[in-house]
Design a protein around this ligand. Structure first.
Ligand SMILES: [Fe+2]
Length: 355
């Protein structure tokens, strides 16, 4: 026998402790937990790829009309009566079903949906999302609190009027040969004039007639996927890249940014080493980023292809492009040499303004 059971404690229905169990092995009586929950939303289990939350919708209330662009959702009603509506737009909710105790509801990514309590007692349900939707440990006592928190999560990290938010081909503030020898005129001509121009053209065509037709670049990057995300991400990434250089750049950051770098890496020189190592270690095409969380704490992230730390709720501050098109004409396969040379043209004032 391969099994050795040293203890066996059956989860009792009376042992309810409402909390977020995190990515830990967990066995609970989910019916008892769902019935015990009286918050609008309580995160119960937040793993790496999946999350479960408990919800209690007051009489006359609803979950709230919403759409998760990339998240599939499962819900199960443990008590109460509800009307479930879904549709392709906010105003055409053509799918309408009544559901009650023991009913399961499956909401595909991209569908507008709402669940309305039509009964005379609180609607008790639990939900499973993949990927994770709410921060670990989330508790929203009321729907109002839930909406405020979600608004904060969706808040823009950048002002729409920043020059790097343009969806048109960004104008360079320096001559195409002004960054030599770190970046040659030929590389700028191809990188800005051909590669970035292609992303700009592609995005224009792709978003026509979609929900992103009039959206700003940050919104598109955060909420799209597939080809739209790839092209929008590459535009934002390159805009941030090209606006952080100056022929009179170089040196070190100052002020708050310098302090935060020292706090995270001990010194600017250590940070440079770590940043270069991250860029060299990134397999294939992508971007290395210095990014800040909402408290200003800095981290280095590696993103493949068109990735941008915005999608993780982090604010991009500095980036090195490690796609071969960024350096191959000047440095061939010597990516490390390109990354080292970029420090000499960094416009730290522009970078500090993003922090
Ligand atoms: Fe690039």
């Amino acid at each position: 026998m391969g099994w050795s059971i040293t203890s066996c404690n059956q989860a009792s229905t009376s042992d309810v402790m409402l909390k977020d169990y995190g990515a830990e092995p967990t066995v609970i009586n989910i019916d008892a937990y769902t019935m015990s929950n009286s918050n609008f939303r309580t995160a119960l289990w937040t793993g790496v790829n999946l999350q479960s939350t408990l919800m209690s919708i007051p009489v006359g209330g609803d979950v709230g009309l919403e759409k998760h662009p990339t998240i599939d959702q499962f819900l199960r009603i443990e008590e109460g009566t509800a009307q479930v509506v879904m549709g392709d737009t906010e105003t055409s909710l053509t799918f309408v079903k009544t559901a009650g105790k023991d009913f399961a509801i499956f909401v595909p990514a991209g569908k507008w949906h709402n669940i309305i309590n039509t009964g005379n007692k609180p609607l008790k349900l639990y939900s499973i999302y993949s990927p994770v939707q709410h921060p670990f440990g989330t508790i929203h006592e009321t729907q109002e609190e839930a909406e405020e928190a979600e608004e904060a999560e969706h808040q823009h990290l950048f002002n729409k009027n920043e020059n790097f938010m343009t969806q048109e081909l960004i104008q360079l503030s320096y001559a195409t040969n002004a960054l030599e020898p770190a970046i040659s005129r030929q590389t700028i001509d191809f990188h800005h004039g051909k590669h970035l121009q292609a992303y700009v053209n592609n995005l224009k065509n792709l978003i026509q007639g979609t929900e992103f037709a009039n959206a700003d670049l940050e919104t598109i990057v955060k909420e799209s996927n597939g080809a739209i995300f790839n092209n929008a991400g590459q535009i934002l990434n390159h805009n941030l890249y090209f606006t952080q250089f100056s022929p009179t750049g170089g040196g070190k950051p100052s002020g708050r940014l310098a302090q935060a770098i020292d706090a995270a890496w001990g010194s600017f020189e250590n940070f440079q080493k770590e940043f270069e190592a991250a860029g060299v270690g990134l397999f294939g095409s992508g971007w290395v980023w210095l990014a800040a969380d909402r408290d200003g704490k800095l981290t280095i992230t590696k993103e493949s292809n068109a990735g941008n730390p915005l999608t993780k709720g982090l604010k991009p501050v500095l980036t090195f492009d490690v796609w071969e098109h960024a350096y191959y004409l000047d440095f061939q396969n010597r990516r490390a040499d390109q990354l080292k040379s970029l420090w000499s043209i960094i416009d730290w004032k522009a970078v500090e303004n993003r922090y």
